[in-house]
Design a protein around this ligand. Structure first.
Ligand code: AMP
Length: 284
């Protein structure tokens, strides 16, 4: 595996690959790699000749300073995982390489970054869009792979690509889950073992809500019941739970079209913030 910390030699390397007719897939991550990240890597490897995985804990997307400080960093292990999974290139810049003297560009995605994650994490998606734009410009990938786990992020990146005409094909890879249904996440590493058990509440809530909604139960009744359930749990706090339109995240009052609906949830287990979502048309 080729490892680059700097932009210039990475660009030179990728130019040689492209001249040789090779396509490039990009998998942006913040490290602390798990099997969810690996499903993105595999999707890229299936479609691209050269797969670039980036590891960069992007400071501008953290609205909470302690979340940034405590974000899991397992760099040496990540390198081993990527090598074992035949990743071609690792791009792991430091903050100075990515931001230099800093960035003054800010993004505004209209309604799309004001709801759900955007409402509870002001500035988060502007930071995401900044880092993703930088990566698109540095790597110029043919395809870029993102997880459905961060559903709203995928819609933001789609909008970014459409508005700025990035010549990249975007792929959304389904959520990889633990056996009990918990969505894999780097932040899960921070959960104590009792917290790990409680964390399952989010997926259970999504599943139950989906069942109820498809059985015709009113969304407000479903929400009330969920809120009451979370209130009764000591170590888990619900931040939001919403039924929304898949393409613009506008809240829905009922499920008229399961193929167009998504359930999204976020909350805390102790200090650790977790998110999850479920497409109403999914099997699970
Ligand atoms: P992160 O390192 O958390 O920023 O995630 C990097 C990429 O991996 C993002 O596009 C995430 O949506 C994706 N990802 C994270 N967790 C999962 C998962 N459990 N299943 C699929 N993709 C994931």
């Amino acid at each position: 595996m080729e490892i680059f910390k700097e932009i210039k030699p990475l660009r030179a390397y990728l130019k040689r690959q492209r001249v040789a007719g090779k396509s490039v897939g990009l998998v942006p991550t913040m490290g602390a790699l798990h099997d969810g990240h690996l499903s993105l890597l595999k999707a890229s490897q299936a479609e691209s000749n050269v797969t670039v995985c980036s590891i960069f804990v992007n400071p501008t997307q953290f609205n909470n300073p302690s979340d940034l400080v405590n974000y899991p960093r397992t760099f040496d292990k990540d390198v081993e995982i990527l090598k074992a999974n035949r990743c071609d290139v690792l791009f792991c810049p430091n903050e100075a390489e990515m931001y230099g003297i800093g960035s003054i560009v800010r993004f505004d995605f209209g309604d799309l970054d004001k709801v759900l994650e955007g409402q509870f994490r002001p500035g988060h998606f502007s930071g995401v869009a900044l880092a993703v734009s930088k990566l698109f410009n540095i790597v110029s990938p043919d395809s870029a792979y993102f997880g459905q786990k961060d559903y709203q992020q995928f819609l933001i990146v789609e909008r970014l690509q459409q508005d700025l005409k990035f010549d990249v094909r975007l792929r959304c890879v389904p959520i990889h889950r633990e056996k009990d249904g918990l969505a894999m996440s780097s932040r899960n590493l921070r959960l104590s073992s009792p917290q790990r058990k409680s964390a399952n509440a989010f997926y259970q809530a999504l599943q139950l809500a989906k069942k109820q909604l498809l059985a015709g139960i009113d969304i407000n009744a479903v929400k009330d019941q969920l809120r009451a359930k979370f209130k009764a749990m000591e170590d888990v706090k619900l931040e939001y739970f919403e039924l929304a339109d898949r393409s613009n995240l506008k809240p829905l009052k009922d499920v008229t079209n399961a193929n167009q609906s998504v359930l999204l949830i976020a909350g805390y287990v102790g200090e650790i913030r977790l998110i999850d979502n479920l497409l109403l048309s999914d099997e699970d």
